[in-house]
Design a protein around this ligand. Structure first.
Ligand SMILES: *Cc1c(COP(=O)(O)O)cnc(C)c1O
Length: 458
């Protein structure tokens, strides 16, 4: 299985050819899911005692299975938070795999971890956090949020023995991503969501919420999670005033910028993140707005020692890694995962190749596309902006449409291979309304793409 034979050589050529074709195809076919039974009907059993052969398996993938997936980098995939990994990053993802590097400890992964840390240094510089702040790449925003919040709770528990016996409490806003709620459950912490009066969470709302907690709850409150670009609307909490309250109340201040983090590199909106430099931890997803392939998240800490206290694993089989002779930066010490892929390497290579200015410009383009789309919406009498675009998100309504009409329109465009644009919900004057939403990431999306989609709503 591991020796090199002719089949493997041919396979390698086939795979490289497919990869080159795929990454040079700017408008890949917009695939759609099929029922599992349908796929099975078309593909049959693929795992057999003797194997079906690489050629057959690859053919099934190319002809059937990949067509039942949605290419997230399609220029008219504007649903959820799409992605648009650079060609350089994708190619280097292959190199990362081929190099078989264990990314947990410096002893084994030094050269690769060096690359990741170079990319991380740039990421950290965008946040304005003080010297010695640093971070590690994770499998995504969910894992980054969990890693940060576990570090927060550990710090809180280390302050007072009595905290060990009680369930911690987290505060966030109703704009927070679903992963915050999910990870609170994983940690067995309670989570209270502040229902914002305006569009974002402010320091004064946080302050009055804390003031209204009963004594027990106040004592078990250990962290506040603000959002740096809500997933639904691209709205940024009032980080500066929230930071001030967290400082005063001695609460860990976590900023979830999984989606919005890329915009820290965009001068036109950077001021909206003021206050982020006072965070105790920050989540950024390079696989969202920093053009990395899946999966790549990042967690950044003001104080790496606190992360280490929470996450460093101990075992007799691990001792050698911590030895002076192996001295160096051990990514395993700062997040929840031990064995890990060097998932920051594709970002590093792409950044090294293109330079940070290209990143800045491509992110600014996403913001600009959102503004262009907003203008095009305003120019059409059957459409209406719900609010001004924020970061790269645009919320708009098709006048007179019911939720069913939005849903049918989404399915029809997807089925016909035109676009993937999905509806969302928005609270308008206290009433929940179904609306349409664009999220721009791909700088190759054109104005014509936007027109094409909007015209299908006539
Ligand atoms: C996407 C997102 C997450 C979750 O990140 P994953 O990479 O999907 O795990 C968390 N928070 C926010 C704000 C997000 O947009």
């Amino acid at each position: 299985m591991h020796t090199i034979d002719m089949e493997l050589v041919e396979m390698t050529l086939d795979v490289m050819k497919y990869t080159i074709d795929r990454i040079s195809n700017i408008t890949p076919e917009l695939g759609a899911p099929k029922k599992e039974e349908e796929l099975f009907e078309m593909v049959g059993e693929t795992i057999t005692p003797k194997g079906i052969g690489g050629e057959t398996a690859f053919k099934l993938f190319k002809d059937v299975l990949v067509k039942a997936t949605v290419p997230i980098d399609h220029p008219r995939h504007l649903a959820f938070v799409p992605a648009a990994p650079t060609r350089a990053a994708i190619m280097f993802d292959l190199v990362t795999s081929a190099s078989s590097i264990h990314g947990a400890y410096w002893m084994e992964g030094a050269g690769g971890i060096f690359c990741e840390n170079q990319a991380m240094k740039w990421l950290v510089s965008l946040t304005g956090l003080p010297k010695d702040s640093f971070g590690v790449f994770t499998s995504g925003g969910t894992a980054a949020n969990l890693s940060a919040l576990v570090a927060a709770r550990e710090e809180w528990r280390s302050r007072d023995e009595s905290h060990k016996a009680v369930k911690g409490l987290l505060l966030t806003s109703n704009g927070a991503h679903s992963s915050i709620q999910a990870m609170a459950k994983v940690m067995d912490a309670d989570l209270e969501m502040i229902v914002c009066q305006g569009e974002n969470l402010t320091g004064s709302e946080l302050s009055s919420t804390i003031a209204n907690l009963n004594k027990e709850d106040r004592e078990r409150l250990f962290a506040v999670v603000a959002t740096g670009g809500t997933t639904n609307a691209g709205i940024i909490d009032e980080l500066d005033s929230i930071a001030a309250i967290c400082g005063k109340e001695k609460l860990w201040f976590h900023v979830d910028c999984a989606y919005g983090g890329g915009a820290l590199a965009a001068p036109s909106v950077r001021h909206l993140f003021n206050g982020i430099e006072k965070a105790d931890s920050i989540t950024i997803d390079p696989h969202k707005w920093l053009f990395s392939p899946y999966d790549c998240g990042a967690v950044i800490y003001k104080d790496m020692e606190l992360a280490k206290n929470a996450h460093s694993q101990k075992g007799s089989y691990l001792e050698i890694f911590k030895d002076e002779g192996a001295h160096g930066f051990n990514p395993a010490d700062y997040q929840i995962q031990l064995t890990r892929r060097l998932r920051g390497m594709p970002l590093w290579f792409s950044l090294a190749m293109h330079g940070t200015e290209k990143y800045r410009d491509s992110i600014e383009r996403g913001i600009e596309l959102a503004k262009i789309a907003a203008k095009k919406i305003e120019e059409r009498d059957y459409l209406e902006l719900v609010r001004p675009s924020s970061l790269s998100v645009v919320l708009y309504r098709r006048k007179g449409w019911t939720p069913d009409q939005y849903r049918d329109w989404t399915y029809k465009n997807h089925r016909e291979g035109i676009a993937l644009v999905t509806p969302t919900k928005w609270n308008t004057n206290g009433k929940e309304e179904t609306i349409s939403r664009f999220c721009f990431i791909n700088p190759d999306t054109t104005e014509e793409d936007i027109d094409l989609i909007l015209d299908t709503m006539k």
